[in-house]
Design a protein around this ligand. Structure first.
Ligand code: SF4
Ligand code: SF4
Length: 236
């Protein structure tokens, strides 16, 4: 039931993406910063960072329209993402991108807030939207399970930063917990993970992955209830 609700929310989010696109855009924030404006996407990214201190990456697993699209593409290519070193790319891109935005903010002070800045649904916008959706579609088709989340997403590092901040200050946050003695190594949890994580292996040593999007597919599919979840600190 929970997974049906989650997938329903994701479908709704994907349908609303033509309207929410501006507020999740990595480009509109740059154009706005160049004019000294804190736009909607700057505010949303800031909120995502704050939200993740307590809720980890729930946004990615339950709300992200780009993630929803990738989950549907995964039906055509269910290959697991080969993460060796490649997850780093999103942090490198994010650092360069965010540094440039901060530079523009500093140069164009004082900043003015305008949530709807550059929001304009016209023909040019529809073309840009179609190109972005096609890129997400093709990239995931080539790379496999949530390939963009792993390697390119500009929003994930905000949430991973929130998670690390919470762990550093010992703030309890939403996380998975394993019961290793209950696990019978059936591998079901790993096979349903939309991020392609080897969660069955992590159950033995304690679950702690910044790539986990807290979708709870693994917990819901485990026949032995060896994966639980709740608010807490890192499992020892
Ligand atoms: S589904 Fe449950 S029992 Fe099976 S490997 Fe995963 S944690 Fe272990
Ligand atoms: S490890 Fe579990 S909660 Fe995390 S992304 Fe995979 S299936 Fe979802």
């Amino acid at each position: 039931m929970r997974q049906r609700v989650r997938k329903g929310i994701l479908v709704f989010s994907m349908l609303m993406f033509p309207l929410t696109f501006f507020f999740l855009s990595p480009f509109v924030i740059v154009l706005s910063a160049a004019k000294g404006i804190l736009n909607g996407s700057a505010m949303v990214f800031g909120l995502l960072l704050l939200f993740s201190i307590f809720s980890s990456r729930i946004f990615c697993g339950w709300l992200c329209p780009g993630g929803a699209l990738q989950d549907y593409v995964s039906a055509a290519n269910n290959r697991k993402w080969n993460s060796k070193g490649k997850n780093l790319s999103k942090y490198i891109i994010w650092t360069v991108w965010l540094s440039f935005i901060v530079f523009l903010w500093m140069r164009n002070r004082p900043l003015k807030g305008n949530f709807l800045y550059l929001v304009n649904i016209d023909q040019q916008y529809i073309i840009i939207y179609a190109i972005v959706m096609s890129v997400i579609y093709l990239f995931t088709l080539l790379t496999g399970k949530r390939g963009m989340c792993h390697s390119l997403c500009w929003m994930a590092p905000f949430m991973v930063t929130g998670e690390k901040f919470a762990d550093l200050l010992h703030i309890p946050r939403f996380r998975l917990k394993s019961v290793p003695d209950a696990c019978v190594s059936c591998g079901k949890c790993s096979s349903v993970c939309p991020m392609g994580l080897n969660i069955a292996e992590m159950v033995k040593s304690g679950i702690d992955s910044s790539e986990c999007i807290n979708c709870l597919e693994c917990a819901d599919s485990c026949p032995k209830k060896a994966i639980r979840f709740g608010i807490g600190q890192k499992q020892r």
